[in-house]
Ligand binder design. Structure first.
Ligand code: ADP
Ligand code: MG
Length: 715
């Protein structure tokens, strides 16, 4: 009894040293932790690829061959003599091993562990090499393959699928290799297999055709066969996604049960007069979303809705009309934006829209004067101000509303959940106002369901008619002259051009060098006095920055060279070309945002993605997606799929406020949808999870694993 909770030190093969290492590197302390540490892929020991069929298009492969020769290289690829003399290992930079099977030969390359690999890869001996093949100067190679002795034909027992566990350099150096990991898992299972407890009630297992948890854990480590692995994986992923969604939806249920909402039932004069004086027809998507919002308003419950819509899809109008519905019902509305620039933009627009309604609109920002503040505070308290737009200044404590009905938050990802919560308490009677959160950051559906899983989601998936999509081209950087010629023609036609450099290096200094080199080159092609080129970057003083920015915005400069470190916040409708240097370094969503800065005017506009001509096929196909579509959501979805688990889980998701052990938001969208629907179904029958049959669910949630802790990390 209780072995699951005991320290891994009690497993054979784990002493105090390894225990400390496993704790430090992987956070594994107990046997249970160890059992919850799953392989991230499996080697199919039964499949060997003939060397002649190896191509760089293949993912991980396994070849079996005998060593033909081994060569040691020093700096500058000079061959190091391996004759009788002792090798000076310090001078060795690379080990190259040529391996052959009946069909052909290929190279294995090592930059690390050279001495050891040199010793064991003796010519004439046969090994199995596992890794990702690549094409180096026309020859196939694998860099740092995993090397194993070949399995005897028809090796008995252990299934053909062997788990590969995530590892670190320190673990490997400490002797915790893949094989050791397998042994530890095996020992853990031998000791505790009977102790693995079910976390789901029987009826849930039955209704979702899941396997038991004990079966799943056993087979995730040592799959009996492909089918067993699939069952095990599905069970563990489903469970993880289910609990995550259950936790999110439970909060939502509690809120809608206990938080009565302000009933906003009528459509009145303000809404109608604004609507009637619109210079354009609303898009179908805008109309649909306004209906969804109005349904929430009338429901008697508090609205918590996320509105997603690409840049330019017309979210502001939806927010304004929703605010007017609130105002028509006797309430006030506020809209909070993340920056002063955006706030001013909104204010100017909203004043225009509100003109026909006679409603008083105000703006509050960090730079409002004391006197303005006093007036605004008074106006909000006596109700004479119907609509206010502002920055964070709005949630400062001394801002009091007479009767706030709707709070709109633009660009949600810049606000933390605490800030959102502070808007809730802006009413004296404690009833929370309705909340509409807007974002243009296209995030994939699965991610939205998780990050905003406690919100209802509306999507504007249609741009206003007549928008010309930005034409996007890919150009390798050794053909940059073409780009310059194109820029020249556009400038001659009276247009302006953005040239953006990415943040490539950790150090801003090197980035700056990079930018300045580009700037010099552009100056050569676009010499004064015929052309004027402005440059803006993060290390300039505000004065210089503003001056250069204004030169471009006011049409005095033809070209603006900048980094993305600074926010190119100004709208320049005359700019028709966005050139992005080293575009292979950017995330697709960021490229999409940058591209959104052109195409505002009536003219045809262009985005040129300049990439390093050595860019690999995968990275290039990512960029090609940009040329294929202007749809930010499609881009986000595809980006997530293409980057696959590696990138997303390694770098992207690690910034998220939740960590998933086995499920992936990129690959398991269907399962997530299922699990969410089922969680909704469970809660509909038992919102508090109070029925005895659901006790295991509550117990699991209470462990806190599935709580989203910090929304402010989302960006
Ligand atoms: P978002 O905030 O979603 O990026 P905006 O609300 O700022 O987009 O709208 C972008 C532009 O489109 C604005 O100039 C707005 O006046 C205009 N617009 C909004 N809805 C429509 C529509 N249905 N038809 C034509 N133009 C529209
Ligand atoms: Mg907007």
């Amino acid at each position: 009894m209780g072995e699951l909770q005991s320290s891994i030190q009690y497993l054979s093969g784990v002493g105090p040293k390894r225990a400390a290492l496993l704790k430090a590197e992987l956070g594994i302390e107990t046997i249970e932790d160890l059992l919850h540490f799953y392989p991230f892929r499996y080697i199919d020991r039964s499949r060997i690829t003939p060397i002649a069929e190896v191509s760089s298009d293949l993912a991980y492969i396994q070849v079996q061959g005998s060593v033909v020769s081994r060569t040691l290289y020093g700096a500058n690829s000079q061959v190091i003599d391996q004759g009788q003399a002792t090798v000076r290992w310090n001078a060795v930079k690379r080990l190259s091993v040529i391996v052959q099977d009946a069909s052909g030969s290929m190279e294995m390359v090592f930059f690390k562990g050279i001495k050891w690999n040199y010793a064991r890869l003796v010519p004439g001996s046969t090994f199995v090499f596992f890794g990702k093949p690549s094409d180096f100067n026309g020859r196939m190679n694998i860099v740092h393959p995993e090397v194993d002795a070949p399995l005897p034909p028809g090796a008995p027992g252990n299934g053909t699928l062997t788990g590969v566990y995530p590892s670190t350099e320190k673990l490997k150096n400490g002797g915790v290799t893949g094989k050791v990991m397998c042994k530890l898992e095996s020992a853990a299972l031998a000791l505790c297999a009977n102790e693995i407890k079910e976390t789901l009630p029987d009826y849930i297992i039955r209704e979702n055709a899941l396997c038991s948890r004990a079966y799943a854990i056993k087979n995730i480590h040592f799959p009996a066969d492909g089918y067993a692995l699939e069952k095990a994986t599905r069970r563990l992923k489903w469970e993880e996604l289910f609990f995550l969604q259950l936790s999110l939806l439970k909060q939502k249920y509690i809120r809608s049960r206990f938080a009565a909402g302000l009933p906003l039932t009528k459509v009145g004069q303000a809404f109608n007069s604004c609507y009637d004086s619109l210079p354009y027809e609303l898009t179908g998507a805008q109309k649909r979303v306004i209906k969804e919002i109005f349904t929430d308003f009338r429901s008697g419950h508090q609205m918590n809705r996320l509105l997603q819509g690409d840049v330019g899809s017309g979210k502001t109008m939806v927010a304004v009309l929703s605010a007017l519905l609130a105002i028509d019902n006797g309430y006030q509305a506020c809209m909070m934006a993340p920056t002063e620039v955006l706030t001013r933009q909104h204010y100017a627009n909203i004043c225009k829209y509100l003109a026909p309604t006679g409603i008083k609109c105000a703006m509050l920002t960090g730079s409002s004067t004391a006197r303005e503040r006093r007036e605004i505070h008074a106006g909000l308290e006596d109700g004479s101000i119907g609509f206010i737009v502002g920055t964070h200044a709005l949630i400062e404590d001394n801002v009091e509303f007479r009767n706030l009905g709707l709070a709109v938050i633009d660009e949600q990802h810049r606000f933390g959940v605490d800030q959102r919560a502070r808007l809730w308490s802006k009413r004296k009677d404690g009833v929370p106002p309705h909340v509409l959160v807007m974002t243009a950051t296209p995030i994939p559906r699965t991610l939205a369901m998780t990050l905003y899983g406690d919100l209802d989601v509306s999507v504007i998936d249609e741009l206003p008619p007549g928008r010309k999509p930005v034409k996007t081209y890919l150009v390798p950087d050794n053909k940059k002259v073409k780009v310059y010629n194109f820029m020249r023609r556009q400038i001659e036609a009276g247009r302006q051009v953005f040239v953006v450099y990415p943040l490539i290096f950790e150090s801003e200094k090197i980035d700056l060098n990079n930018l300045e080199m580009g700037y010099e080159e552009i100056l050569k092609y676009f010499p004064m006095p015929d052309y004027k080129v402005a440059i803006v970057h993060g290390q300039q003083t505000n004065e210089v920055k503003n001056f250069n920015m204004a030169a471009f915005a006011e049409g005095r400069a033809n070209i603006l060279v900048s980094t993305t470190v600074i926010e190119v916040g100004v709208d320049v409708p005359n700019a028709s070309v966005m050139v992005i240097e080293s575009s292979q370094r950017f995330g697709l969503s960021q490229l999409h945002q940058l591209r959104g800065r052109v195409g505002r005017g009536a003219d045809e506009s262009y985005c040129v993605l300049v990439y390093d001509f050595k860019t690999g096929k995968d990275a290039r196909s990512r960029l090609e997606l940009m040329a294929r579509t202007n749809d930010g959501f499609e881009i986000a979805e595809e980006d997530m799929k293409m980057r696959g688990p590696g990138d997303l889980e390694g770098t992207q998701q690690s910034g998220l406020p939740i960590s998933l052990n086995i499920a992936s938001l990129a690959r398991d969208g269907m399962l997530l949808g299922d699990a969410r629907a089922y969680a909704g179904h469970v809660l509909a029958a038992d919102p508090g999870l109070e029925q005895p049959v659901n006790a295991p669910l509550l117990r699991e949630l209470r462990k806190g694993k599935y709580d989203i802790k910090d929304y402010s990390k989302i960006s």
